[in-house]
Design a protein around this ligand. Structure first.
Ligand SMILES: Cc1cc2nc3c(=O)[nH]c(=O)nc-3n(C[C@H](O)[C@H](O)[C@H](O)COP(=O)(O)OP(=O)(O)OC[C@H]3O[C@@H](n4cnc5c(N)ncnc54)[C@H](O)[C@@H]3O)c2cc1C
Length: 322
């Protein structure tokens, strides 16, 4: 039976465990959660008074906001939490609260950690261990060996880290070697209209615009140690050559074949290698099936390629920060 370790029993870890159970009911998985804290919740933690356990306070997250962008995608999660009484619409006015139009706020009558506890219950049979502080992770014989502050290391087939990124970066072992060697990097792809509009601009002028925008959407991003700005002049095919799935034969003897995404479409499975075509001249039977380009046709074909290549306008500026 495959052993899955989820590190962190906050909302992400607990939901991950519940979804693994829900989505893979037939799969024999042993799901284990380890958290360094003494209880579940993470930053969605609820503290209880030592004098009266019914007196609680949410120390981290206070309420949950459903934004219009996620309304449809996450609807079933909210319906489930509302049906189980974990969430309740926030009706009390909150001084100074700015509400995005179409968003809804919810509170948790039994404390914010009840969301996490709900998902832990839904993860039916997952083994949750507290005071298990992960310190090192090693790759040993095709499995992950995970060490904690106390106790012996254990082996798992899959490890899911749901701990905050600065804490991931503190982990030692095989994952730290990789990250210190290569460092984390961020790739920013601009939109197609942006790339098209700035195609002829100097990279030095485009770079600060992209960096400014990045700073706005990710204000806490650490200062980059290096930046590489790449302009893809021929990035995506906007109009593939028609009637030539996968390849185009320009000449039979000697064989001259064109292939690539221009003859299909721009993604990995579109990058066909024209193998069929390369094999063709060896077999007479196949040769008869292949349209033989005549002189006039060959000329038209070449003209067509030239015209269509004009349409491969560059439109993605790729930007790597490391
Ligand atoms: C003060 C505050 C107010 C907030 N207000 C709101 C709010 O009103 N609404 C809202 O939606 N969100 C709010 N948030 C954000 C919200 O709490 C987080 O987005 C959410 O908890 C993230 O969940 P997570 O499971 O990814 O991480 P976490 O909740 O941080 O869970 C990670 C878990 O990993 C464990 N862990 C860390 N390192 C290790 C290790 N080495 N080994 C084992 N376990 C480890 C931690 O103990 C923790 O339990 C607030 C957060 C804070 C701090």
């Amino acid at each position: 039976m495959a052993r899955v370790l989820i590190v962190g029993a906050g909302p992400t870890g607990s939901l991950c465990a519940a979804l693994l159970r829900r989505e893979l009911p037939q799969r024999p998985l042993r799901i284990v959660l380890w958290d360094k804290a003494r209880g579940a919740g993470g930053r969605m933690t609820t503290s209880r008074s030592p004098h009266n356990p019914r007196c609680t306070a949410d120390l981290g997250a206070q309420y949950i906001t459903l934004r219009p962008a996620y309304a449809l995608k996450h609807q079933s999660f909210y319906e489930d939490l509302l049906a189980h009484g974990v969430l309740k619409p926030l009706t009390a006015p909150v001084e100074g609260m700015v509400m995005e139009e179409g968003s809804h706020n919810f509170v948790t009558p039994q404390g914010i950690s009840s969301i996490v506890k709900h998902y832990l219950t839904e993860s039916a049979g997952a083994d949750v261990f507290y005071e298990h502080h992960v310190t090192q992770i090693y790759l040993r014989g095709g499995k992950w060996e995970v060490c904690k502050k106390t106790g012996s290391p254990e082996q798992f087939d899959i490890v899911v880290l749901t701990i905050p990124v600065p804490q991931i970066l503190q982990l030692q072992g095989d994952i730290v070697n990789k990250s210190s060697e290569f460092g984390p990097s961020v790739v920013v792809h601009t939109s197609v209209p942006f790339g098209t509009a700035h195609l002829e601009w100097d990279k030095e002028k485009v770079q600060p615009i992209i960096l400014d925008h990045l700073e706005n959407i990710m204000p806490g991003l650490p200062k980059p140690t290096s930046i590489k700005c790449q302009k893809w002049r021929y990035s995506q095919v906007t109009k593939a050559i028609p009637s030539c799935p996968g390849q185009m034969t320009l000449h039979i003897k000697p064989l001259l074949v064109c292939g690539g995404d221009g003859f299909t479409h721009s993604n990995f499975d579109g990058d066909e290698v024209p193998i069929k075509c390369a094999a063709y001249p060896k077999s007479g039977a196949t040769r008869n099936k292949q349209p033989v380009p005549v002189k006039g046709r060959k000329k038209r074909v070449l003209e067509r390629i030239q015209v269509d290549i004009q349409m491969y306008i560059s439109h993605v500026t790729r930007f790597v920060i490391s």
